[in-house]
Write a protein that binds this ligand. Structure first.
Ligand code: KIV
Ligand code: NA
Length: 262
């Protein structure tokens, strides 16, 4: 199959077609997700937790990301591949470019994702030909500053700030935006305001697409699964069936439900 491009994803938003996304870290899952038809594979720095067993994403390095991205990108035929720039790898533009280049050249990523309103970094990367996905709301790389994982943008001033940052990211040239753990009403406003696709996680059903951590939705691991995830293995005949059910549930806006939203 022909690889999806950022233009295909933008067209999906314009047509009102939901975008399905899951994290992937290895070739076997990449093939499975790709064959089900998942549109975007995110090589997330959540691999620090689900692959490396760390308690946050902070220990993950650019080497780790490039390795796992290569494993995924070499295996997927159709899905669009996005890779996280990890903690402290994009403090200033030229550092961000050098690390993005490694994810794209060694890792074969099609786009890099970075957390926060790093507007100057995003503009520089885009100018150099690097497609960028923003990430606002809960920023897991900042967990040690935030003091925990909790919903962001609950009060009006904070919500206004997140909306403004989203608009600045779009103006700086970001091609996608992930919104994590924000009230569904805020995510709806941002999705309607921006022309670029908005992919939600814990952000309600009105985003242009959805993403979950693969191991959460497959109910792998002993850790507490977040409220916004769902165990798609429940009632599924196989891993492939669980992924197909997720894909269908996203495409038909059956997931997330109110019980997964804020
Ligand atoms: O690392 C990750 O898995 C992510 C998603 C949860 C958005 O950034
Ligand atoms: Na991430």
């Amino acid at each position: 199959a022909k690889s999806l491009t950022i233009s295909d994803l933008a067209a999906m938003k314009r047509n009102g077609d939901k975008i399905s996304c899951l994290t992937a870290y290895d070739a076997s899952f990449a093939v499975l997700l790709d064959q089900v038809g998942i549109d975007v594979l995110l090589v997330g720095d959540s691999l620090g937790m689900v692959i490396q067993g760390a308690n946050s994403t902070v220990p993950v390095t650019v080497d780790d990301m490039a390795y796992h991205c290569r494993c995924v990108a070499g295996a997927a035929q159709r899905a669009f591949i996005v890779a996280d720039l990890p903690f402290a790898s994009y403090a200033e533009p030229t550092q961000a470019l050098a690390n993005a280049a490694r994810l794209m050249q060694q890792g074969m990523a099609r786009m890099v994702k970075l957390e926060g309103a790093k507007i100057d970094v995003v503009r520089f990367l885009v100018d150099q030909g690097v497609p960028v996905c923003g990430h606002l709301g809960l920023l897991p790389q900042s967990v040690n500053r935030l003091g925990g994982y909790r919903v962001q943008g609950r009060d009006a001033a904070q919500a206004e700030a997140i909306l403004r940052e989203a608009q600045q990211l779009e103006q700086a040239g970001a091609g996608l935006l992930v919104l994590e753990c924000v009230p569904a009403s805020l995510a709806r406003t941002i999705s309607q305001t921006l022309a670029i696709p908005v992919i939600g996680i814990g952000a309600g059903v009105d985003c242009d697409g959805q993403v979950l951590v693969l191991y959460d939705m497959l109910n792998i691991g002993a850790g507490n699964r977040p409220r916004f995830s769902r165990n798609f293995m429940a009632g599924a005949a196989s891993i492939e069936d669980a992924v197909a059910r997720y894909h269908q549930a996203v495409k038909t806006a059956q997931f997330p439900g109110l019980e997964h939203s804020y």
